[in-house]
Design a binder for this molecule. Structure first.
Ligand code: KG4
Ligand code: ZN
Length: 357
């Protein structure tokens, strides 16, 4: 089999997505995106100030059939043309994961196709390999999303060492909470970034997070400091749009500086390897440019996937399953129709099967 197609389904949080990719066995890191369909459940959760797990699961159930249909139509294929089916089976919201994976497994059984469970974080970790022609492992990954903030040494497909992780809130979660405290509506983080462009990043000296291991993250102290500043301004009746912009800019500056310092310290440990940023927070321009500066200082290349592939999507899920199948001599061992969803699923457990196992 020289070329094969993968259908991927993503439902780990509040995005319902399906995508079809075509792989060639001659090109170990490349794939062609035949379709990429995403439905973001912003409206469903807007009234609640955050993602409501039960509502997310119901919305996935409702949206999955038309989204699958569109993904196949856009790819100009039918389910018969698909070689293997995958879904994000963790980490994430358990009800949301169950919807997507049960849908995908049922589809696989009906169409008699193999099903491979895929780790959502591995999807974020590998995306840059799809979009950047010159990138190859090993590289240092800074993954900053709503639920995760970690620094990973990606030695190869299936070989990951987490060098640091968040002790409390993830960076994206902190952006969301600060946006909420500033009175914005869901989705909060892009509004924090937008208002920060009008603010003075030196207006507030928020504390830089400190951790026992310099590669770990902690953002809850920063969040409390921002909340205190907001409350103080509100009491004085000075919480104007300009004050909010100053708070947002000062907050964003501390997050960017902190992420940049951790990335720099990690590069000291790994030696000179490319720096890759991924996950929803990688969309943030201030954070991207702080990390780019770190890569330049270490004289290593810097890569960030295109914005639409940084946030949750099914391309990264299909890509990960296809890549894993290509990078093992026993791809049939990846198939697992009985796999249970895993709300927690560390990257370290993603080593590839070998012929002797
Ligand atoms: O990777 P992602 O789409 O989903 C998870 O796997 O969590 O990341 C979503 C997170 C949100 O929590 C949001 O706070 C963050 O990405 N995000 C941003 C921006 N846009 C989205 N953070 C900072 N600046 C942004 N412009
Ligand atoms: Zn994600």
């Amino acid at each position: 089999m020289n070329a094969f197609t993968v259908l991927g389904i993503e439902t780990s949080c509040d995005e319902t997505a399906a995508a079809v990719l075509r792989f060639s066995e001659d090109a170990p890191f490349k794939a062609e995106i035949l379709s990429n369909v995403i439905y973001s459940q912003f409206d469903e959760h807007a009234a609640y100030g955050g993602v409501v797990p039960e509502i997310a699961a119901r919305a996935h159930a409702e949206k999955l059939p038309p989204i699958l249909q569109k993904a196949l139509n856009d790819a100009n294929l039918t389910i018969k043309d698909i070689s293997l089916i995958t879904a994000a089976t963790g980490p994430g919201l358990v009800g949301a994961l169950l919807m997507g994976s049960t849908f995908a497994k049922t589809l696989a059984l009906g169409a008699q196709k193999p099903f491979i469970p895929t780790n959502h974080i591995e999807g974020h970790a590998l995306t840059a390999l799809l979009t950047e022609d010159t990138l190859k492992p090993p590289y240092l990954l800074l993954l900053a999303s709503g639920g995760h903030c970690q620094i990973v040494h990606v030695e190869d497909v299936g070989y990951y060492t987490t060098l640091g992780a968040t002790l409390d809130d993830a960076a994206g979660e902190c952006f969301d909470k600060v946006g909420k405290m500033l009175g914005f509506t869901h989705p909060y983080a892009p509004k924090v970034e937008d208002t920060a462009t009008k603010g003075d990043a030196t207006a507030y000296a928020f504390p830089k997070p400190k951790t026992a291991d310099e590669l770990d993250f902690s953002f809850s102290g920063l969040k409390t400091a921002v909340l205190n500043a907001i409350n103080k301004e509100a009491q004085k009746n000075t919480l104007t749009d300009q004050t909010k912009a100053n708070i947002a800019a000062s907050f964003q500056h501390v997050v960017a500086t902190s992420l940049a310092e951790k990335a720099s310290a990690a590069l000291q440990r790994t030696g000179a390897i490319p720096l890759v940023v991924s996950g929803g927070v990688a969309v943030n321009k201030t954070i991207r440019s702080a990390l780019k500066a770190v890569a330049e200082a270490h004289n290593v290349p810097f890569y960030a996937p295109p914005i639409q592939l940084c946030t949750d999507n099914a391309v990264m899920i299909a890509y990960t399953a296809g890549l894993r199948a290509l990078h093992t001599s026993t791809p049939e061992k990846l198939q697992n129709i009985a796999f249970k969803v895993r709300p927690r699923w560390p990257l370290e457990e993603m080593s590839l099967p070998t012929s002797t196992e």
